[in-house]
Design a protein around this ligand. Structure first.
Ligand code: BGC
Length: 748
């Protein structure tokens, strides 16, 4: 590859400053004098949004025709690493054919609130799942030589005041939830770029936050690529450069470039810092330019077929009473709802793809059965249209089964704003209630980017969650409905019963520009489990047309050190009569802990494909991180010695096999003992035995009453929260401060 360092040494200060921002909305700058060309970046993440002249970052102006794959809310439900890698390869190939160096995405922000307008672009409420899906998306795209941009780093969990709000998050929560969602993807897939978010974190803009952009991203995690701003995320260009933000997008019309020149001349910015950023930008460009496979072809039809195949793997069967599904071919079936004809299959905003074709369920199902259709509701309307409702009721009455295609319209969820409630439009809820009154065999097919309430759930026999499944949505759904494909997706987020149940409800999107994540690490199922709350559908839940049995859970050892790895195996058998796929989930539970921890956390998942009667063994490898929490005191992950349970589940609420193991810590936590340390804290320290003995002798020798065993035990309980200094007051000076201090010194 071209010697980037040498090239930088030939550039003038002005040329270097100019490289640090876009030439236009989607290109880097070129430097004619040195023959440096530019490269193009485009959105992403689940399709190519390549625009020509009229550019925008909200998906309003038109982009080239491309293939819209399922959004992250859907692909996460596949829990399929290989599948998302295949999707990534196809995306990379489209970029090669269209000469786009970088496809922006994936987005792996945590779904903190069900209301975030961009939840459809994010994977999960769980950081382990989010980071692993992002990792495989990146590996797929980058295997073609195209760069990705993992976004939006960091803590961009709402659209409300997204360019100014400060996400105020304590360190442990950042580490275990919000940073964790990025960590594995960065360490194990090395995205060529990371996009910093608009918001502030604990008061400092992500774009000028050295702690995240350099100290953690590069120094701790070993990130080698470049950091690009979200479009318009730069607040102070000089601070941003110093913090590690290399490329500003789109362009500031030269304003910020001039500030960089001035700062270097004034001595406010080291030229070395600038050189490093320019080197990173040139490296990204030349890696692409010099290795680009110019023969790549963008075959829309084969990518459409792939988009449909992926969609099939993402769809989640939520309810199937009386085996209403699969539908029997040849029956009289009513398809009700506009989404049967024009599915909602992607979200609004910068990820909006100009799909070259879209399949709908109505046309796709014609070969399977006689289908009648009624529109049912006006899309984008909340109020019921009584004529459409009446027609739908008639059509439903006159059929064997009614399938209602419902969900959230574009106006209800999008990039740029958050939802204000978790409900579907009234007209759709009413339609489902009314149809179910006349037709006992009612199935609802949902199209939504985020969780919704289901006030009608008890009245329908079947529910199919498609999320936003891309342009192959209709054909994928019809194959699931008629049993051509066995549903195999599981939920990547919890469906709470109502919005108020969600842990972020109390603080919501904040006051003014401050949002306090006071629920801490208790996001999603971590919260609902801890509170033992009923939910509508739990994390990891999904049904199949076949049945699976789990057996023979084995661990490689019943006692390990935290530095060891543990192999866990479990057998899964397809006990039904149809081939199918099962998502096997492994959670870890810390049985007893001195820190507050969730009941369980996802630490492994695998999707297995099984023919009827077939058994396969699934293997997981656990390591220190599988058992650890983030200890803010030692600024590191820490495993507390003790018993842990390995939980194997069909979902987070359906744990079928468990095994206990003992993990021994190899780290001794530093001790901070002082006069206000409590007696009880010392009792927990085996090394404090001698000191306690001396202390007890002195203390109890002061007591005159009956010190039988029971009394002494009670006294010890009462002493638990006594600070050491109190012993001085209660022993007439027999216990002195120097006695305590000397003993503590010895202990530490
Ligand atoms: C979005 C990014 C997107 C960029 C470019 C921003 O508004 O937050 O996700 O990649 O625009 O369109």
């Amino acid at each position: 590859m071209i010697d980037v360092k040498e090239l930088v040494s030939k550039m003038t200060l002005e040329e270097k400053a100019s490289m640090c921002s876009g030439g236009d909305f989607w290109h880097t700058k070129s430097v004619e004098r040195l023959g440096i060309p530019n490269v193009m970046l485009s959105d992403g993440p689940h399709g190519l949004r390549k625009q020509d002249l009229n550019a925008d970052h909200l998906g309003i102006n038109v982009s080239i025709k491309a293939v819209c794959f399922p959004s992250a809310c859907a692909t996460a439900c596949s829990f399929d690493k290989e599948l998302i890698e295949t999707m990534g390869k196809a995306l990379g190939n489209e970029c090669l054919a269209e000469d786009v160096s970088t496809i922006l995405g994936p987005g792996c922000n945590i779904k903190r609130s069900p209301l975030c307008g961009r939840n459809f672009e994010y994977f999960s409420e769980d950081p382990y799942l989010a980071s692993n899906m992002a990792k495989h998306h990146i590996l797929g795209v980058q295997s073609t030589g195209i760069a990705t941009s993992l976004k939006h780093f960091l803590a961009n969990n709402q659209e409300h005041r997204r360019m100014s709000t400060s996400a105020n998050i304590d360190e442990r929560t950042l580490r275990e939830i919000y940073l964790c969602a990025f960590e594995t993807a960065i360490k194990e897939a090395q995205p060529k770029t990371v996009m910093c978010s608009y918001n502030r974190i604990n008061g400092t803009f992500a774009s000028e936050n050295k702690r995240y952009l350099t100290d953690i991203l590069r120094d701790e995690w070993g990130f080698k690529g470049l950091v690009v701003s979200d479009w318009g995320a730069v607040n102070n260009r000089i601070d941003a450069l110093k913090a590690g933000l290399d490329l500003e997008m789109p362009s500031s019309g030269g304003v910020n470039d001039r500030l960089i020149i001035k700062a270097v001349k004034d001595g406010n910015l080291s030229e070395e810092v600038l050189n490093t950023s320019v080197e990173r930008i040139l490296t990204l460009m030349y890696q692409y330019l010099e290795n680009r496979n110019k023969d790549a072809k963008f075959d829309m039809d084969s990518d459409h077929a792939l988009a449909e195949k992926i969609a099939q793997e993402c769809i989640v069967l939520l309810k199937n009473d009386d085996n209403i599904l699969p539908l029997q071919k040849g029956k009289k079936i009513a398809y009700i709802g506009k989404f049967a004809k024009a599915p909602r299959y992607q979200g609004g905003g910068s990820s909006h793809i100009n799909s070259y074709k879209v399949s709908n369920a109505l046309d796709s199902s014609k070969d399977f059965a006689e289908i009648t259709y009624a529109q049912g509701y006006d899309t984008n309307q909340d109020a019921t249209n009584s004529e459409l409702l009446a027609e739908a009721i008639e059509v439903a009455k006159d059929s064997d089964v009614a399938v209602i295609f419902a969900g959230l319209p574009d106006t209800f969820e999008s990039e740029g704003f958050d939802r204000s409630h978790m409900d579907m439009p009234n007209c759709q809820n009413q339609l489902i209630e009314k149809v179910a009154e006349v037709q006992p065999n009612t199935v609802v097919v949902l199209h939504n980017g985020s969780v919704i309430t289901m006030p009608w759930l008890d009245k329908v026999k079947g529910v199919v969650e498609t999320y936003l499944t891309g342009q192959g949505s209709g054909s994928a759904v019809s194959k699931i409905l008629f049993g051509e494909v066995n549903p195999s997706g599981k939920l990547a987020e919890t469906f709470p019963i109502k919005l108020q149940d969600n842990p972020s409800y109390l603080t919501g999107f904040g006051e003014g520009d401050e949002v306090n994540y006071s629920e801490g690490i208790f996001v999603g199922y971590r919260y609902y489990d801890k509170k033992d709350m009923d939910v509508l559908f739990p994390f990891g839940y999904g049904l199949s047309y076949t049945t699976f049995e789990y057996s023979n859970l084995q661990v490689s050892s019943e006692k390990i050190k935290d530095i060891d790895t543990l192999t866990v195996t479990v057998d899964i058998t397809n006990t039904g009569s149809m081939a199918g796929k099962e998502i096997v989930q492994l959670y870890v539970q810390d049985v007893e802990s001195s820190v507050i921890r969730p009941i369980k956390e996802l630490k492994g998942f695998e999707k297995v494909s099984l023919e009827p009667n077939e058994t396969k063994t699934v293997t997981f490898t656990l390591n220190k991180r599988s058992f650890a929490y983030y200890n803010v005191d030692i600024k590191d992950w820490h495993v507390e010695s003790g018993e842990f349970r390995i939980l194997i589940g069909k979902s987070s609420r359906d744990i079928v096999l468990t095994k206990s193991i003992y993990v021994e810590s190899s780290v001794e936590l530093p001790k901070h003992y002082h006069m206000n340390t409590t007696y009880g804290d010392l009792v927990c320290d085996p090394n404090a035995k001698d000191f306690l003995k001396k202390l007890n002798n002195l203390y109890f020798s002061e007591m005159e009453g009956d010190m039988g065993e029971g009394t002494q035990e009670m006294m010890l309980q009462m002493l638990k929260y006594n600070p050491l200094r109190a012993f001085i007051s209660f022993t007439n000076g027999k216990i002195s401060s120097s006695f305590i201090e000397e003993n503590l010194k010895e202990l530490m």
